[in-house]
Design a protein around this ligand. Sequence first.
Ligand code: PRX
Length: 651
Amino acid sequence: MSDNNETLESLLQEKRLFPPPESFKRAAVATSEIYKEGEDPEAFWARTASELHWFERWDKVLEWNLPFAKWFVGGKINASYNCLDRHIGGPSRDKTAIIWEGEPGEQRTITYFDLYREVNAFANALKKLGVKKSDRVTIYMPMIPEIVIAMLACARIGAPHSVVFGGFSAEALRERINDAEAKLLITVDGGYRRGKVIPLKQSADEILKDTPTIESVVVVRRVGDILRTAMRQGRDYWYHDVVSGAEEYCKPEQMDAEDMLFLLYSSGTTGKPKGVVHTTGGYLTGVYTTFKYIFDYKPEDVFWCTADVGWITGHSYIIYGPLLNGATQVMYEGAPDYPGRGRWWSIIEKHKVSILYTAPTAIRSFIKWGTAWLEQYDLSSLRLLGTVGEPINPEAWVWYYKYVGNEGCPIVDTWWQTETGQVILTPLPGVTVCKPGSVAHPFPGTGAEVVDEHGNPVKPGGSGYLVLTKPWPAMLRTLYKDEQRYIETYWSRFPGKYLTGDGAKLDEDGYFWILGRVDDIIKVAGHRISTAEVESALVDHQAVAEAAVIGIPHEIKGEAIAAFVILKEGQEGTPQMQQELRAHVRKKIGPIAVPETVIFVSELPKTRSGKIMRRLLRDIASGRAPGDVSTLAEPAVMAELKQKYESQEAE
Ligand code: PRX
């Protein structure tokens, strides 16, 4: 773990401690008592689950048949009922649920009652289009209110949603639709990104001939006449047409606690994305509870999570967590630097945002752009800050604390994953003394350990593999149609313990520090990308014989992608070829997976059994002396690779 040791050194340079401000502590939702309560996880989770609405209460809190969990066995519940109906009977009926800002500057304010009406109408429209309980619905949309409506409408009728990030390519969309065997696709004519219109329906049209299970497509009109959107008769319907005639009320389906609420595809260590399965009762309990305590939620708060709904952060902390709590939140469609680099700060000032939840990569961009951008705005409404998605370097943490939080806001650095569904490691804002760069402790009712390669817990001060030791309510239940892969990926390395794929350190005070992935997953600007996925996109190009992909440190994005490529006989490694390969990856996966660097080589470092040693490629890319090369089939290849890498770097 030589890469990790470097990360660790930089993390540990910052020694200051940041206790919660006294005034924050006095009014905090969570007190230190909550850790005591969490010592009996089943009682703790049952207590918080009871704050939700159940059509029928569960018979048993947890049935743990390792590695298969069932939470709230026998309970009947509906996600959309809990996000909407539960609030509209009381004073929250006219409370703002979403303040939406479009990139070009429009604004929509949507109350809980507005959302309730829209969701009911669209749920009825979906039924009319033939969607039934347990049919999968794929959603391919940008950050507009209709994505919230679409997800809750699916949840209302018991049809699991499978949201595909709007920045994925059409081919990535096809793969995910076909794996889910989705019956219906919900998309949009186009969305705005840095002033440009991204035509999503047009992209979807490229692949809809190869998605045999899709019967209908519903299209939201977002950009209108700017695009000429082709609609196929009998298959494609405008959203506004299908809702305009729909009945007002749709009875929510009584879902079993263990019925699937959604599927979300995530990168694994092979080229094929994994369909992570989340069920209803436990997931809702997990995100409801963590939102309430980690974000210290109070009814007057204005929450803003800057993630895209297409990722798990958006599912748990834009859709379900805030809406289950009846919160008011901001949703923004576009880029942070459009039309200027002060856009986010203007949003915070205008809507008096009190809680901001974002990613380290965004913070590092702001540092680079300079403080002048935020000094023009009044950010005094902020009282709590959060980060997620990748390790935060202490410099970025301290900058966030000082310039965004004006040295008065606690920062919650939350560690979790698509698979965990809810935050697992985090400080609690009125309780924990924060250490910049550390994710502090397991949330009450959950368990984590750092173990050595034999699965034994390391002593304080040691580092190793991060594992989770107790089942938690929002945990993934399986991988869609691939139970074997579920068992192998998460539960085989250390029996009885969930393998996260991350390296971590436990310090002398019992704080956890995340060191980054120890498998072949890269985090580029917080986005999760597997090396195998990018490699298979590269070898799909007719000129490529072989490819190996690694993550290299990047000042803003945390990591960037470097690809080592062997071309077929007769092909030339020209700058045009580099461009062509980058464009090919963009087409196969999407802009987030495009390699920053493409290096043409004639050999790759392989073991005698033919396995590529990416560790050695990482050594070359970071200018380190290569580690142990004794298992290489051809040790001489290292000299050639080093020379090629350095000469291409110099160009
Ligand atoms: O490596 C960890 C990193 O993100 C991975 C999970 O990625 P994904 O499923 O896309 O979910 C991201 C948003 C929840 C983890 O295995 N990660 C996430 N949060 C942190 C983090 N690394 C360090 N610190 C964090 N706070």
